[in-house]
Design a binder for this molecule. Structure first.
Ligand code: ADP
Ligand code: MG
Length: 403
């Protein structure tokens, strides 16, 4: 249960190291709107360059259809990486084709080569082992070592995550090692009180996390779209709010189990209800018991936790030693419904202990709301991977590194 670290690769001076990064950044018209994931991989790349290596990076971006698609090119990422790194960065317009081969050959110590989107090749995500192995063999050609640093993909058995790690000496990069260490502290030897805050759109996305963490936590705070399924389970009317009726029995099971284990499940006492799902919709704060009594009646939809709830959540968070937060408290993308998420994020920055933000949208939310990243104990870069780790699943990309 311990990952092979970079020092297990020995002296890297003059060596060529292939690094799997997660450069899957949001793009709008070819412009990167949030470069958090590129920044997250800089320490590992810089570490390898300082050790005297030449670095080849590879990543996926979006979901192209196993063929080149200019909309998903990593060229903008290469340019951004060049600005962030103290080193020359070049870009190959393919992964294992003529351009990459020529540019790999010309690469020298201290330089970085960014390969084009891995998912332009169908072998990267193929379900056929032999196809992934074939692609991995081509990716590691001329390479002395492989470093896995794309935490966001360690739950995937894909060529650049799993097979490359088997093909040459391999180790976890600083990002993967750091993420794994923090997530481990959320599941073993956790400092108490331990509070988990869950939100986001759907309960069904978070069932595994709730099941795995419920026995380990002291308090579970519920916000976001999923809170309405909890309210519905308690027999409350929720108007037109999000609700997964087929999950009501499951939720009742959680409430019963929490009671048995002495875990406090904290549900909102007030919510912000809107006339419709729109940034400029009329909205009011009402008691969580009386959503249908809002001026919008049955049509009212809860789009944020209310201020009383947010303040209560904040005090529970601030008095905890360990906090894991996943899922925005409301529709933070619309300013009118961002207050709950902002208050919870603010509280997390004040935790005297370990405060972790996990989940793609949650991480984007704290950045969009203007919180400096280093105000948090840790912001996990891997949405699905962090959740699967916290669900207690085994992750192929970590197992192959000795976990
Ligand atoms: P993460 O990616 O951090 O795991 P999720 O993907 O589960 O988070 O959820 C994020 C989405 O949940 C956001 O787009 C947000 O708008 C939405 N959301 C939060 N609260 C509500 C709500 N009350 N009604 C509808 N959508 C909501
Ligand atoms: Mg999400």
């Amino acid at each position: 249960m311990s990952l092979r670290t970079l020092d297990t690769l020995g002296d890297l001076n003059g060596k060529t190291v292939l690094v799997r990064c997660d450069f899957n950044v949001p793009l709008k018209d070819g412009v990167i709107t949030d470069d958090g994931r590129i920044r997250a991989s800089v320490p590992t790349i810089q570490h390898l360059l300082d050790a005297g290596a030449a670095v080849i990076t590879m990543s996926h971006l979006g979901r192209p259809d196993g063929a080149p698609d200019a909309a998903y090119s990593l060229a903008p990422v290469a340019a951004r990486l060049g600005e962030l790194l103290d080193a020359p960065v070049s870009f190959a317009s393919d992964t294992v084709g003529a351009d990459a081969t020529a540019k790999r050959g010309a690469l020298t110590a201290g330089q970085v080569l960014v390969l084009e989107n891995l998912r332009f090749d169908p072998r990267e995500t193929s379900k056929v082992d032999a196809e992934r192995e074939e692609f991995a063999e081509l990716l590691v050609q001329g390479v002395d070592a492989f470093v896995s640093d794309g935490f966001g993909v360690v739950h995937r058995k894909q060529a650049s995550v799993y097979e490359t790690a088997k093909a040459v000496p391999s180790a976890a990069g600083l990002l993967v090692a750091g993420e794994t260490d923090v997530l481990r502290r959320l599941t073993t030897d956790t400092q108490r009180p331990y509070t988990v805050v869950l939100g986001g759109s759907k309960v069904s996305d978070k069932l595994g996390v709730i099941e795995h963490l419920l026995p380990r936590v002291d308090r579970l705070l519920i916000g976001g779209g999923m809170l309405f399924t909890f309210l519905a389970a308690q027999g409350k009317s929720i108007g037109a709010s999000l609700c997964e009726t087929d999950k009501i029995d499951t939720v009742l099971g959680y409430l019963a189990e929490a009671e048995k284990r002495g875990v406090e499940i904290v549900l909102p006492t007030d919510v912000v209800v809107a006339e419709r799902f729109a940034a400029d919709a009329d909205h009011v704060t009402v008691s969580a018991d009386a959503i249908e009594l809002s001026p919008f009646g049955e049509a009212g939809m809860g789009l944020d936790i209310g201020p009383e709830t947010a303040a209560h959540f904040a005090s529970l968070i601030e008095s905890s030693k360990t906090v894991f937060w996943n899922g925005p408290m409301g529709v933070f993308e619309m300013a009118a419904f961002a207050a709950g998420t902002r208050t919870v994020a603010e509280a997390l920055t004040k935790v005297d202990g370990l405060g972790v933000v996990g989940g793609g949208d949650s991480a984007a939310a704290v950045r969009a709301l203007g919180f400096p990243e280093d105000n948090f104990g840790h912001i996990s870069t891997g949405g699905g991977a962090s959740l699967e780790f916290l669900e207690g699943k085994s992750l192929p990309g970590l197992e192959v590194l000795g976990w």
